[in-house]
Design a protein around this ligand. Structure first.
Ligand SMILES: C[S@@+](CC[C@H](N)C(=O)[O-])C[C@H]1O[C@@H](n2cnc3c(N)ncnc32)[C@H](O)[C@@H]1O
Length: 395
């Protein structure tokens, strides 16, 4: 399949024959619908008396597209959260409610009573029982990545001086980490390989009957343990061939590097809406859209829930952040996710910065889909990637 971008009303697109062909095949949907804030200065229309009816129709249509192990993430704020939650219960059922993330939206809101600085990402599964476990590589988790990367770098640097120094440094870093965070998982990562990489030596015994094990191919002869068995010969040989086996006092262990360590997914996410604005700045498109989501937020949602290649659908595409997130993940994780985006050819509000920016660039009556394509194409050009999407306009 190729990446696809549809320009048009998402209800028409979701109900089209072409999209219906994906019924039951989509593992991941992310949407960021207008929040109905009634703010008149945004690039797109954010006042809709029929908000509930409109979103109901679209959620019903996309329900059919989700695979049995699929899920949908929906960005929303206080304006429509309660309505959306009720609607989610109705369409997906309460059993398939997965949870509600909180993300940081702004530093201050200047409200008279509560300075609301967060918004939400709501998640429902098609069938929660079949939804794969969510987890995230700790180095992809903004809440902990920097600290872990610092430890990795410090130990590597010390290792260049001497392995002994690296051991001392690692011990010091682990103690400090536990003290700072109260988390003990890192205590397992107490080993360093010949390249200065930190790893966890995972035990290869199993809760089976004690047995001896001879693996002549690698000269390993293991006596029975007191109460447990050994992992299979195949598994140990496999680990050896993948350079994932280490021996300590003649006993084999599986190597798991610290950069592979995963964590479960917490409901409070450390993403700021401002990051989305900076993502556009980096493409020299400052002001192209005033509410873009951070690319890293979408990457996080995809990474924690999709552990195999998936079709990623976003039918309120806005500036096309989801497309950029898919390109970046595919490059960084060597995955092959594909995206389908839908965006209506809505005229950009002439009071919005995006209007000024785009008219200056030569667009006479700029529309949001043009802004989206401009962003995606700029990203592709900057990264020397070819245009690998099919654009469908006339429906
Ligand atoms: C909050 S913005 C999405 C922003 C996007 N997540 C990003 O990071 O740039 C919502 C978008 O939905 C679009 N939209 C609203 N109604 C639509 C419809 N019926 N079909 C397709 N797009 C629609 C609006 O034009 C707007 O661009």
């Amino acid at each position: 399949m190729e990446n696809k971008i549809y320009v048009g009303d998402n209800l028409d697109v979701l109900k089209s024959k072409e999209i219906k062909a994906f019924a039951g095949k989509i593992n991941f949907i992310y949407i960021d619908p207008p929040y109905n804030t009634t703010n008149k200065t945004l690039a797109f229309n954010d006042t809709n008396n029929d908000w509930f009816i409109d979103i109901s129709k679209r959620l019903e249509a996309c329900y059919e597209l989700l695979s049995d192990k699929g899920c949908i993430f929906i960005s929303i704020d206080d304006n429509e959260l309660s309505n959306l939650l009720c609607l989610g219960y109705k369409i997906f059922s309460k059993e398939n409610y997965v949870g509600l993330f909180i993300t940081k939206q702004a530093q201050r809101s200047n409200a008279k009573h509560i300075n609301t600085i967060h918004e939400y990402v709501l998640c429902f599964a098609k069938n929660k029982k079949n939804l794969p476990k969510f987890y995230i590589n700790r180095l992809e988790n903004p809440a902990e990545a920097k600290q872990i990367q610092r430890i990795i770098n410090k130990v590597k640097k010390a290792y260049k001086e001497s392995p002994k120094l690296a051991k001392i440094e690692l011990k010091k870093q682990i103690e400090q980490y536990v003290k700072d965070t109260g988390e003990k998982w890192i205590v397992n990562y107490s080993n360093i390989d010949e390249e200065g990489n930190i790893f966890f030596a995972k035990d290869l015994s199993t809760p089976n009957k004690p047995n001896s094990l001879d693996i002549d191919e690698i000269g390993l002869h293991l006596n029975p343990l007191k109460t447990r068995g050994w992992s299979s010969k195949e598994k140990i040989l496999n680990l050896y061939n993948q350079k994932r086996l280490c021996l300590k006092n003649g006993r084999p262990y599986e190597i798991e590097y610290i950069y592979e360590a995963t964590n479960n997914v917490s409901s409070v996410l450390n993403f700021y809406s401002r990051q989305g604005t900076n993502d556009l700045k980096k493409l020299n498109l400052d002001g192209l859209f005033d509410t873009p989501k951070p690319v890293e937020l979408i990457k996080y949602l995809i990474r924690c829930s999709q552990h195999e290649d998936s079709i990623i659908l976003d039918f309120y595409a806005g500036s096309g952040t989801t497309a950029q997130a898919v390109y970046e993940i595919n490059k960084e994780d060597l995955t092959n996710h594909k995206y389908i985006l839908v965006q209506i050819d809505e005229k950009i509000n002439s009071k919005n910065d995006a209007y000024a920016l785009m008219t200056k660039m030569g667009y006479s009556e700029p529309t949001v889909d043009q802004a989206m394509l401009l962003r995606i194409n700029t990203y592709l050009d900057k990264n020397n990637l070819k245009k690998d999407y099919i654009l469908k306009k006339d429906r």
